[in-house]
Design a protein. Structure first.
Length: 170
């Protein structure tokens, strides 16, 4: 677990987006990142920040939602389609229980931008030995490669995983 970046910024510099527990949320996270960085006139950071945001949201979907059994993590069908995890999503919706949320936050704190993803799991991310033949398992290696630094810490409910990006000199 790394040290959390200090955040002291005004309201215009902190934005967040709640994401539903569906694989489409990765696309939503990328679009939110694009819009935010463009509004901050930091579009040159998009490729790196969006890649990291995508990886962190994907990890939150796979490992951060405790109601999903391990062999079916990340399988969130649209409502009304057959679900490999049974009717738990629809049952939760019918009982007015809140769906587990993933939240993407972007913080502009000159001279850095912080990308943070929170989820309800208390288990921290664990980088795996990279298997270069496997289709998955390299996400945290990408996060480490494309960000200045990254880490995680527990929060009141769950954890937040963050990555820091240095603003490029123009």
């Amino acid at each position: 677990m790394g040290l959390s970046p200090a955040v002291a910024a005004d309201r215009e510099s902190i934005v967040s987006c709640a994401l539903a527990p569906r694989h489409e949320s990765v696309r939503t996270a990328r679009e939110f990142t694009r819009l935010t960085l463009n509004r901050w006139e930091l579009g040159d950071l998009f490729d790196d920040v969006a890649l990291v945001a995508s990886e962190l949201v994907t990890n939150a979907l796979r490992y951060g939602l405790p109601s999903v059994v391990p062999e079916q993590r990340g399988c969130w069908p649209r409502r009304g389609t057959a679900s490999p995890i049974g009717d738990r999503m629809d049952a939760a919706a019918d009982t007015d229980l809140p769906a587990p949320l993933i939240r993407l936050s972007l913080v502009r704190n000159e001279p850095q931008v912080v990308c943070a993803v929170s989820d309800p799991s208390e288990r921290g991310p664990v980088p795996r030995e990279a298997d270069w033949i496997a289709e998955s398992g390299r996400g945290l290696h990408l996060v480490e490669s494309f960000s200045q630094s990254w880490g995680w810490h527990p929060i009141a409910v769950g954890k937040v995983v963050w990555a820091v990006f240095e603003l490029r000199a123009t």
